[in-house]
Design a protein around this ligand. Structure first.
Ligand code: UTP
Length: 241
């Protein structure tokens, strides 16, 4: 059972929404090597006729800006807006690396992003509205674009029973249901700049829509073409509950 889920063949032409977390694109500052690698892989997937939609997170720079805004007594809505600005900066860096393959500005609505994808280009979105993170943007984009698959890339490479950076005994789930994911993150409070594996808004959407979701680590970026063809991966697969 486990092996089947970990080795799903997704198809020859798959519509996929990707969420590249800020923790991998810009852990402290933008990681040029990682951004290049993401662009190279997306180019390979496009040449294999897959349909791609992309969301980028804010990472270290967004946390730093939010921290300063908080010190300056900015409201939490303003802190979120500043976070969104930084996610769009990271989107611009990925757009630069993708060149002509990408729409040349970060998209701000799902309709626009879908239109771009249907024109055979890669839409890149950052955040869109206060009170959530780009995980939620990705889950909404996956749902509205009728993506077959939603893939998150994070620095820890999967969903764990606890934060593996704080708890060395935390165990990675190989497979879990959307229901289990929701229970796991439901207790977390969502503050601007908060750091969690998948935000509660996103978990709820994954559970409600039943979209097949993978949470993978940075080392799997290059392996995406084979993972879509059914190769095994080391992350977490979230299946409909
Ligand atoms: P991220 O999506 O980057 O959050 O958005 P994150 O949890 O720090 O994820 P990683 O580390 O990048 O993977 C950064 C901040 O921008 C605001 C929130 O304050 C969030 O914490 N934001 C982002 C929004 O308010 N709305 C959005 O739609 C997106």
């Amino acid at each position: 059972m486990l092996i089947i889920w970990r080795r799903t063949y997704f198809g020859d032409k798959v519509r996929v929404t990707f969420c590249f977390g800020g923790s991998i694109l810009a852990p402290e500052e933008p990681d040029v090597g990682c951004i290049r690698e993401v662009a190279q892989t997306l180019r390979a997937l496009k040449s294999q006729r897959h349909e791609i939609l992309v969301v980028t997170g804010g990472g270290g720079p967004s946390r730093k800006y939010i921290e300063v805004a908080r010190k300056l007594k900015a409201s939490s809505t303003l802190c979120d807006i500043i976070g969104i600005d930084v996610t769009r900066l990271n989107a611009r860096l990925l757009i630069a690396a993708l060149g002509n393959l990408a729409e040349q500005k970060p998209l701000t609505t799902f309709e626009e992003a879908i239109r771009v994808m249907l024109r055979d280009k890669v839409p890149v979105m950052g955040g869109i509205m206060p009170g959530q993170t780009t995980d939620a943007v990705a889950a909404m984009l996956a749902n509205s674009s009728k993506s077959k698959l939603l893939i998150f890339f994070t620095d820890v490479g999967g969903v764990y029973t606890a934060d593996p950076k704080l708890n060395p005994k935390a165990k990675k789930f190989e497979v879990m249901t959307g229901e289990e994911l929701m229970k796991l993150v439901a207790v977390k409070k969502l503050k601007p700049g908060a750091n969690m594996i998948v935000d509660p808004v996103s978990a709820k959407l994954i559970q409600r829509t039943g979209i097949q979701t993978l949470v993978l680590g940075k080392h799997e970026i290059k392996r995406l073409p084979e993972i879509l063809r059914g190769a095994e991966h080391s992350g977490t697969t979230i299946v409909p509950g």
